[in-house]
Design a protein around this ligand. Structure first.
Ligand code: H53
Length: 829
């Protein structure tokens, strides 16, 4: 009764001491309590890792307080909500980020130092949460940070893989993959919700039934698995708002079991049950390619089904009329990976809620929006019809129904243009009949967006031209962004302090446009000195890491030249390596006196290759073979070094980026949808050497061509160059370097032949040869600028100052206004 409830609440308030306190003494007490009661170590003897665990739990408690308040506030206000559906999140570490967003960094450091611990050392104890592959996954993490900071009523949904992205181990220069069983030491950043579970169905048959004189379809599943929620609180910065990233884990279902147990083999029945858990066991390590595997499809549906059940339950708790669903809910499809949500919503509305087809379809089209992250044909998901039919028979029917509505509408508008109809169809006929998930997503979403302006244009003029001509109003551009909280405040504390000092405020951490204020001081000598000092500190940190991982000692006066990202032919790490070999060759052939003029370089490359991507693996091996040669050549000395940093991940990036002088973003124009690494480097005052591809086109607009080193063919030139094929004029130096590799100058002669084949003559699809000359010119320009440290520092300051547009806060604001139609809902302090 309500009386009981009031009495209960009063008693509760009596018992509570108010919120957890954040002064150093309270923090110390809480840390020690967690050492004793959570970690179960004596408070008189615990090591760094145990201190990390205790501190994390102490921070987790504070997150939970805010998280509860936020959820209650959202419930009370009942705003329109956005649900971000993504199969991948690269969260990295959580401790530092949480402490900074809670605003208690200094208090924690004080509390720890009095206990004899150093905050930085404890932060290093944490492993990365690597539930994703690359750019798309880290983007999701950055966007969650912005959603929380900007007080949006948002939820992220995803999968809680037991094995994250593989660890990369290099043996003899070859990549080997090792499993990342990241939950081994527990995960203080998640909260298991044993009561938030939903059944997820697979396989079986579809039957017809009649109720109240109306026919409807019933799906009789053949397998049932339970989805259990794990909530990860995401704190905003400078706000109490703390939102939820809800990840699903698969557990065996208890329904259906009685029969199995009664009919016989107990052992078999238990083993079968256990198989359920494999659904969320492992992240697929392929970036941008899909393989039509059943397990992958199961993962997609598992995550979609559990999320939608959760979302609809939350909606129904307070609303009866499903027609109001679009007023309260926006569903964001992060690439096509969650696109099964479309037929799933239709199935729920039509089969379970018994809405008419048109009414259901109308609702569906009002709630979905779709972001595509690629221009590469191989990255567009296609699901073989056979696979879908066996795993999700009802969904296949629904997709066929959607397609026939779609085809009818098209015929009405364009007549019987069969070529076009077949290009646009959701169903692809052919050797393997399959479902085009992108076409499904475009047709059923109210908006479709690319992730940079160039990419959005290419979608309209090439990849989805037919669709754009039909529904131009659907197409939007949302240029990616990254969060300055992680990429400056957490990872580059010295630069953070310097910026705040010169701007006279810390407000830029929430209001990034203020960074522009640095332009005013771009020529100020005392800023230059402080700026250079900060850069030196960061280079020192990176140099120590290089020495620790590779044994190589590097000079801080050299230019640190970095390329870190997934290894892919279109990203052209091979162009970088060929350039390095050329530089080596030049130095070797130089007169001793001329060597004095050479700008010393430390070339740093890092990134993982998908385990089945042969050429990418060869590129890694070539990098090591070349490094072996150069680094041990006494003629070269400190003038040139090449280092491959193994096991590149978010926390390694946090250490490398602040220490880089120059970074390379050199994809063949028209291939990188956006790129977000370049934005992180830009924020940190690293100069870019880049092609006009993806988001760099917009970076040029912000900081001007003079403040970066641009080169290479432009998008509109690429097709013509490809047509020219082997008649393109390729510089002699390029051919010479490729010959060196072919001739076994770096060893492994046979192994590298096929790699060399990919860049010669008409095989050179990514145009390394065609772009080589202008690449060398850009490199020479970078050398020249580096010698003039005053000029370089000014360019560096202007890079940071011009990076505001590339904050994920701006991206999220754009999505909120132009796509989702949601407003902030700020929890009172
Ligand atoms: O998504 C990033 C882009 C980047 C693009 C990347 C991406 C993946 O990481 C995985 C699959 C895919 O189709 C695209 O390659 O250009 O910056 C975030 O939008």
């Amino acid at each position: 009764s309500s009386l009981d409830r009031t009495a209960k609440a009063e008693r509760m308030f009596e018992l509570m001491d108010g919120f957890l306190k954040n002064d150093p003494v309270s923090l110390q007490k809480d840390i020690l309590d967690h050492v004793e009661y959570t970690v179960a170590r004596s408070r008189f003897s615990f090591d760094d890792f145990e201190a990390y665990q205790a501190l994390s739990h102490c921070i987790r408690d504070r997150l939970i307080e805010r998280w509860h308040d936020t959820q209650i506030h959202f419930k009370r206000k009942d705003p329109k909500r956005v649900y971000f559906l993504s199969l991948e999140y690269l969260m990295g570490r959580s401790l530092s980020n949480s402490i900074i967003n809670l605003g208690i960094r200094d208090q924690c450091a004080d509390a720890l130092s009095q206990l004899g611990f150093e905050f930085e050392v404890l932060a290093e104890q944490e492993g990365d949460a690597a539930l994703g592959n690359g750019g798309l996954a880290r983007l999701s993490a950055c966007q969650m940070d912005s959603l929380a900071t900007m007080d949006f009523p948002a939820w992220g949904y995803g999968l809680r893989y037991q094995y994250g992205l593989f660890r990369q181990v290099i043996l003899d220069g070859f990549q080997h993959e090792q499993p990342d069983y990241w939950l081994n030491f527990g995960n203080p950043w998640e909260i298991e919700r044993v009561h938030v579970t939903y059944p997820v169905k697979f396989y079986g048959t579809v039957e017809e039934d009649i109720s109240n004189g109306e026919k409807y379809k019933v799906w009789i599943p053949g397998e049932m698995v339970e989805a259990v929620a794990y909530d990860n609180p995401i704190p905003g910065y400078g706000t109490r708002n703390t939102i939820t990233l809800r990840l699903w884990a698969a557990k065996p279902s208890n329904q259906h079991d009685m029969e199995a147990y009664n009919t016989g083999d107990y052992i078999d029945a238990v083993v079968t049950r256990q198989r359920a858990e494999t659904i969320s066991s492992i992240l697929y390590p392929d970036d941008r390619s899909h393989q039509g595997k059943e397990l992958r499809l199961k993962q997609q549906y598992f995550f979609v089904s559990a999320s939608l059940q959760d979302i609809i339950r939350r909606f129904k708790d307070g609303h009866k009329d499903l027609n109001q669903f679009p007023d309260k809910v926006a569903l964001q499809l992060n690439d096509t990976h969650p696109a099964l949500a479309i037929p799933e919503v239709m199935r729920i509305l039509v089969d379970e809620e018994r809405l008419g087809w048109n009414e259901a379809f109308d609702i569906t089209c009002k709630i979905f929006s779709f972001t595509t992250h690629t221009v590469l044909a191989e990255a567009l998901e296609k699901i073989p019809v056979d696979l879908l039919e066996s795993l999700l028979p009802r969904h296949l029917q629904i997709i066929y129904d959607i397609n026939s509505h779609f085809m009818e509408e098209l015929k009405r508008r364009i007549g019987l243009d069969y070529n076009r109809l077949s290009r646009m169809s959701i169903v692809e006929e052919g050797a393997v009949k399959s479902i085009r998930m992108a076409n499904l997503s475009i047709f059923c979403s109210h908006t479709v967006n690319g992730v940079s302006r160039l990419h959005s244009e290419l979608l309209q003029t090439r990849v989805f031209k037919d669709f754009y001509e039909m529904w131009p109003e659907k197409f939007q551009c949302k240029t990616n962004g990254v969060t300055q909280r992680r990429w400056i405040v957490v990872s580059n504390p010295s630069l953070c302090a310097l910026i705040s000092k010169w701007l006279g405020t810390e407000s830029w951490i929430r209001d990034i446009d203020l960074l522009m204020g640095l332009r005013e001081y771009a020529a100020d000598i005392s800023l230059h000195q402080e700026w250079q000092m900060v850069r030196k500190i960061n280079k020192m940190r990176l140099a120590e890491y290089i020495e620790a991982t590779s044994g190589l000692k590097v000079s801080l006066d050299a230019m640190f030249d970095v390329q870190i990202k997934r290894i892919h032919e279109y990203k052209r790490q091979l162009l970088n390596i060929i350039g390095i070999i050329h530089r080596y060759d030049c130095i070797k052939n130089m007169a001793k006196d001329d060597r004095k003029k050479v700008v010393p370089r430390i070339c740093i490359i890092g990134g993982k290759a998908a385990p089945g991507y042969e050429m990418a693996k060869k590129i890694i091996k070539l990098c090591h073979a070349v490094a072996e040669k150069i680094n041990n050549d006494s003629d070269i000395g400190d003038l040139l070094k090449l280092v491959f940093i193994p096991d590149y991940n978010v926390s390694v990036a946090e250490m490398i980026i602040p220490g880089a002088d120059l970074s390379q973003h050199i994809s063949t124009a028209g291939h990188e949808a956006s790129g977000t690494g370049c934005m992180k480097f830009l924020m940190n005052g690293c100069l870019l050497l880049a092609t006009a591809d993806g988001s760099t086109v917009e970076i040029i607009e912000e900081i001007g061509e003079d403040n970066m080193f641009l080169f290479g063919a432009k998008v509109h030139e690429v097709a013509t160059l490809r047509e020219k094929g082997s008649t393109i004029k390729v510089p002699l130096q390029f051919a010479r370097v490729v010959r060196m590799v072919r001739d076994g100058y770096f060893g492994f002669q046979d192994y590298f032949q096929s790699l060399c084949d990919t860049v010669e003559g008409s095989n050179d699809y990514y145009l390394l040869g065609a772009d080589f000359e202008s690449y060398l010119e850009a490199q020479a320009a970078a050398d020249k600028a580096f010698v003039d440290q005053k000029k370089w520092t000014q360019m560096s300051i202007l890079s940071t100052a011009g990076s505001g547009r590339f904050s994920s806060d701006r991206t999220i604001q754009d999505y909120a206004e132009q796509t989702w139609g949601i407003e902030p809902c700020r929890c009172p302090l």
